[in-house]
Design a protein around this ligand. Structure first.
Ligand SMILES: *Cc1c(COP(=O)(O)O)cnc(C)c1O
Length: 243
């Protein structure tokens, strides 16, 4: 990622990335901890999709950027059930639906709010105690319970790789996610039309593109290193989310 640091402006970084990624791949600029002034620069350079992982921070910046009415907002952080309603009110996409319980709650609330959010199911195909999400067998087993959730537009699979994989393992894991999406599309009993893959961050987006991702989620290569480390780390998985 070192060659990115010589590019001094967000506009240059957006343009550089555009040259490296096929036009069919949607770039979700991950703007957690990034001030709205820099997001405005990214918007001016053509970015229309922003990814945020903290609700309060995102809502504040949405107010600051309210004049940019064609932004699509993507929630990418772990969603606690007591925040689900706010997420539906403020985001068109939720990439990080990581359990049956939260999917069912979102479906219920979406009906109430009369919205039909686009969502991705978050999977982890390598063991990772620090990440949320379904393993492949868990997801296949729960498909019959996900399929009836009529108010969710379940568009694809999302993944975050664990740290410490070699590039070959990273590529292979992205390919496994792609293959899992195909398996689910073609499932004989409970298919879901999963056409999207949300994979690839600053350090691994090129491999995700090679594996056929449709959306990438770069942050630091566009906006620079984040200062508040605490905000970039997901909380420990826990079953104790307040309902
Ligand atoms: C922070 C984050 C990103 C962006 O990470 P970078 O390393 O800054 O590119 C992408 N996806 C998720 C889910 C994140 O939390």
């Amino acid at each position: 990622m070192s060659d990115w640091s010589v590019l001094s402006s967000v506009a240059e970084r957006v343009a550089h990335l555009r040259n490296l990624v096929p036009p069919s791949v949607r770039t979700i600029a991950v703007s957690k901890t990034v001030p709205s002034s820099l997001m405005r620069e990214a918007y001016a350079a053509g970015i229309r999709d922003f990814g945020e992982s903290r609700l309060q921070e995102a809502i504040l910046k949405q107010q600051e950027l309210a004049d940019l009415s064609d932004i699509a907002w993507h929630f990418i952080g772990h969603l606690q059930s007591n925040k689900a309603k706010q997420a539906l009110q403020h985001f068109q996409w939720i990439h990080s639906v990581d359990s049956l319980a939260i999917a069912q709650r979102l479906d219920l609330l979406a009906a109430e709010l009369q919205v039909s959010p686009q969502i991705c199911l978050q999977v982890k195909l390598k063991p990772d105690p620090n990440k949320f999400g379904w393993t492949a067998p868990e997801l296949l087993e729960q498909l019959p319970l996900l399929q009836p959730l009529q108010h969710l537009r379940i568009q694809g699979l999302m993944t975050i790789l664990p740290l410490g994989l070699s590039p070959a393992e990273q590529l292979e894991t992205f390919q496994s996610v792609r293959d899992l999406a195909q398996t689910i599309r073609q499932h004989p009993d409970t298919p879901l039309p999963l056409t999207e893959l949300s994979m690839g961050m600053s350090s691994d987006y090129a491999l995700a593109v090679r594996a056929g991702t449709t959306m990438i989620r770069p942050g630091r290569i566009l906006f620079g290193e984040r200062k508040e480390i605490a905000l970039s780390q997901p909380a420990q998985p826990s079953d104790s989310d307040p309902a």
